[in-house]
Design a protein around this ligand. Structure first.
Ligand code: NAP
Length: 484
């Protein structure tokens, strides 16, 4: 099946079979506004059906030896790798990111699945030295049960793998709800999962109204965990709803990530890294840099290196060869970026590049915003407090380490931070001082499959990646066993 610009209908997956509904939801290409596909708009009864089937499938899936669960996951990864090009084209078409980035995301998706296929075999328990003779204190690790997985639009393939793979490896059964704007890649990945002949009901995928599906999953006491990646606003709501049946929650939420550049940094490397991080996926990256704090002594030199990089970025639909930046996901995303830039400029920021929506030839029907560099950004601007989630780099200035640490921490978020310096003792102080879940020192790459990624404060609870990502789907059972 090759993906074209024609309308395609993608079925949901419930209890191992294709599920559809009378109502369908359109999926649009954000570069053109054209409808590229339709997915079911499920009603409450169908979502309940998905929970029923996951609940029924749980005991035998949980009882399966980890090695056997691993085989399904490896088979799934192989099918994704085989169809990498085709899946990447679908991802790029639906989400807007350049094909080069989409190819990387699909490769990463398979890599995550393979990693958890192995890690599931290492979910070890523990034996604790007992206090009394003839006694053993044992700790078992068990799968949590049925889990609801809710994924965002920015990495709509990788986030599926980051949740489904550890959940299945742990022995949980799942109901996945992808974002409304990017359900097709999740459905295409699921089709390949179903081709592994996974037992019916182990993995289910539902699309439709977020509040209907959310309410259904959250109000059902059989769903024992919710793993959510998305905005802090929705995450807070889910956390409130989870309280009703005391579900376990993992929340991977928004950020307001600072990058701090000291005078002793390698400025060429810093400029290249900051631009690569900031403009990846059109700025729609949770750990994307929101604020660049440049020391006053090197501010102009750093801007002089950043500016030509920003000016050279090629904006185009994701399938155009050489595209560096595609469109934003929708009109609301463009309006948010416009509002933040307008507010910053009104309060004294200078536009060095971009600063406007692109509307000319090839851009008119899509959601394109020019790669933007703002200087003279100050702490009283909305852009310094809200997650931009768009292709806008902001430069602020600082004088002292104490001042920049205080400003970097003055936010409700705590997802990622970056620092560029060659002073080892300063690196140590900054690592201690930053209130954040993840730190990049002299580099901005953070998301590695084997490492525990996640936020503190209003950026989230729990970790994805690494053994910790598997543990999120397990609960401990402690047994005091008296043998005599
Ligand atoms: P979003 O608007 O919060 O949506 C995320 C998911 O939640 C979507 O599937 C959405 O469905 C669903 N949803 C919305 N309302 C819901 C409700 N009442 N009940 C249940 N589900 C509901 O976020 P997004 O725009 O897709 O993604 C961007 C955000 O994700 C950013 O803030 C970014 O920082 C964050 N993010 C964080 C990480 C991390 O690791 N920390 C990674 C990636 C992204 P619909 O699309 O159908 O509304």
């Amino acid at each position: 099946m090759s993906i074209t610009r024609t309308d395609q209908y993608f079925f949901n997956w419930i209890n191992g079979g294709q599920a559809e509904s009378e109502k369908a939801m359109p999926v649009l290409n954000p570069a053109t506004g054209e409808m590229i596909g339709r997915v079911p708009d499920l009603d409450e009864a169908s979502v309940r059906n998905a929970v029923d089937s996951a609940y029924r499938a749980f005991p035998s899936w949980a009882a399966l030896p980890a090695r056997e669960r691993s085989r399904y996951l490896n088979d799934w990864a192989q099918r994704i790798e085989q169809d990498r090009e085709q899946l990447a084209r679908l991802l790029s078409l639906e989400q807007g990111k350049p094909l080069r980035e989409a190819l990387g995301e699909i490769a990463g998706t398979a890599d995550i699945i393979r990693w958890y296929a192995e890690e599931g075999k290492r979910a070890y328990g523990e034996i604790i030295p007992a206090s009394n003779a003839g006694q053993q204190l044992l700790v078992y690790r068990e799968p949590v049960g049925v889990v609801g997985l809710i994924t965002p639009m920015n990495f709509p393939a990788a986030t599926v793998a980051r949740k489904v793979a550890p959940a299945l490896a742990a022995g949980c059964t799942v109901i996945l709800k992808p974002a409304e704007s990017t359900p097709m890649i999740a459905l295409a990945l699921f089709r390949r999962l179903m081709e592994t002949e996974l037992p019916a009901g182990v993995a289910n995928l539902v699309t439709g109204d977020a509040s209907v599906i959310g309410q259904c999953l959250m109000s059902d006491a059989r769903v024992r965990k919710i793993s959510f990646t998305g905005s802090t606003k929705v995450g807070k709501r889910l956390m409130e709803q989870a309280a009703q049946s005391v579900k376990k929650v993992s929340l991977e939420l928004g950020g307001n990530s600072p990058a701090i550049v000291f005078p002793d940094a390698d400025l060429d490397k810093a400029a290249a890294d900051l631009a690569a991080n900031k403009f990846e996926n059109c700025g729609q990256v949770c750990n994307g840099i929101n604020l660049i704090y440049a020391h006053e002594d090197i501010r102009d030199a750093l801007i002089a290196k950043l500016l030509p990089i920003v000016q050279a970025l090629k904006v185009a639909p994701g399938d155009v060869p050489g595209a560096d930046i595609g469109p934003l996901i929708n009109e609301r995303a463009v309006e948010k970026v416009e509002r933040l830039v307008r507010d910053a400029v009104a309060k004294g920021a200078n536009i060095l590049a971009g600063g406007e929506r692109l509307t000319g030839d090839g851009f008119a029907a899509g959601y394109f915003y020019a790669p933007t560099l703002l200087s003279n950004v100050k702490r009283d601007m909305s852009i310094t407090h809200e997650e931009i989630f768009g292709p806008v780099a902001t430069v602020l200035t600082f004088k002292t380490e104490e001042e920049v640490l205080a400003n970097a921490n003055d936010t409700a978020y705590g997802l990622a931070s970056y620092v560029y310096t060659s002073d080892f003792t300063r690196i140590h102080r900054i690592i201690q001082g930053l209130q954040t879940g993840n730190i990049g020192v002299n580099g901005t790459s953070l998301a590695y499959t084997q490492a525990p990624f996640g936020g503190i404060k209003e950026s989230g609870i729990g970790r994805e990646g690494g053994r910790q990502g598997l543990e999120e789907f397990m609960s401990l059972k402690y047994v005091a066993l008296t043998t005599v």
